[in-house]
Ligand binder design. Structure first.
Ligand SMILES: NC(=O)c1ccc[n+]([C@@H]2O[C@H](COP(=O)([O-])OP(=O)(O)OC[C@H]3O[C@@H](n4cnc5c(N)ncnc54)[C@H](OP(=O)(O)O)[C@@H]3O)[C@@H](O)[C@H]2O)c1
Length: 261
């Protein structure tokens, strides 16, 4: 029995994805558009979004900064006005700068909080009244947050990034408990390493690295299957899941051994 209603037919579905200009978000909107969804693609880079919309009739470019509360409100209101409903809202915007406690930078940490976490709260604030009203009138909707396996437990260089992703996982679980009984699906996406502009800065060899197309395929399959946690690639995420249930001492020792830090 899936934890969420399956989304098996994308035709006529309106999807709003924030973080759609590059990487995983871009590959995901391409895949959804190819399946017949009406996608509203948001991020700051207007040119990239317009290129996407021009290549996919019926889809829309809606440039915004996810850390701008009013812009998120106005965007959601406009989508509902133009399309009459919102079937799937996805928060995929994210930023990542490696950071260790020995070079702590408060501004960088707060930027991660704004983009990776607070922006997701703005999305919720903007769409929840509509999704709840829709569910009451019998039209199901789905909310999805893109987090990371870096949110499972603490990792080296993840001082600014990891805590925001842990917060998103907890947020998604709590939303699931509240919203699933109201008829709204909730999922959290936890990718391992994906080749995108975000990871291009990594100087180390990324284990089990996959392409953004493969990530998008896994994400769309997860929504279609009605999964709550969509994690991939399994050969990597299963290892991290096993590590995450170790006692603190064993976990810290294993991570130090694996990363040399
Ligand atoms: N790549 C990985 O290995 C990996 C692993 C786990 C999780 N993730 C997560 O997956 C998501 C997508 O990351 P990615 O790897 O695909 O990186 P990416 O290519 O850098 O994509 C990040 C997206 O977020 C958007 N964004 C950033 N700041 C924004 C803001 N203030 N307002 C609106 N949009 C904003 C970017 O667009 P603009 O710059 O145009 O605004 C872009 O579309 C992130 O949440 C990331 O944490 C990635």
């Amino acid at each position: 029995m899936p934890l969420n209603p399956r989304i098996d037919d994308w035709h006529g579905k309106t999807v709003w994805l924030v973080g759609a200009s590059t990487g995983i978000g871009r590959a995901t909107v391409e895949r959804l558009a190819a399946r017949g969804a009406r996608v509203v693609a948001s991020a700051r880079s207007a040119a990239s979004l317009q290129e996407f919309a021009a290549a996919h009739p019926g889809c829309e470019a809606l440039a915004l900064d996810a850390t701008d509360r009013q812009a998120m409100q106005a965007a959601a209101a406009g989508i509902v006005q133009r399309h009459g409903a919102l079937d799937l809202a996805v928060y995929c915007a994210g930023t990542y700068t490696p950071m260790r406690a020995t070079a702590f930078d408060l501004d960088v940490a707060l930027k991660h909080q704004e983009v990776n976490y607070v922006g997701a709260l703005y999305l919720l604030d903007a769409v929840l009244p509509t999704l709840l009203a829709q569910a009451r009138s019998g039209r199901a909707a789905h909310l999805s947050l893109v987090s990371s396996v870096a949110g499972y437990r603490g990792l080296p260089k993840s001082l600014a990034y990891g805590p925001t992703k842990a917060a998103l996982i907890n947020l998604a679980e709590t939303l699931y408990l509240d919203l699933r009984p109201q008829g709204i699906g909730v999922s959290v996406v936890n990718p391992g390493f994906v080749e995108t502009p975000l990871t291009a800065q990594n100087e180390f060899r990324m284990p089990a690295l996959i392409s953004s197309d493969e990530a998008a395929a896994q994400i769309v399959r997860g929504w279609e299957r009605g999964a709550f946690e969509i994690h991939f690639p399994k050969r990597f995420t299963h290892v991290l899941k096993a590590l995450s249930v170790l006692s603190d001492g064993l976990y810290f020792a294993a991570i130090r051994r694996a990363t040399g830090m």
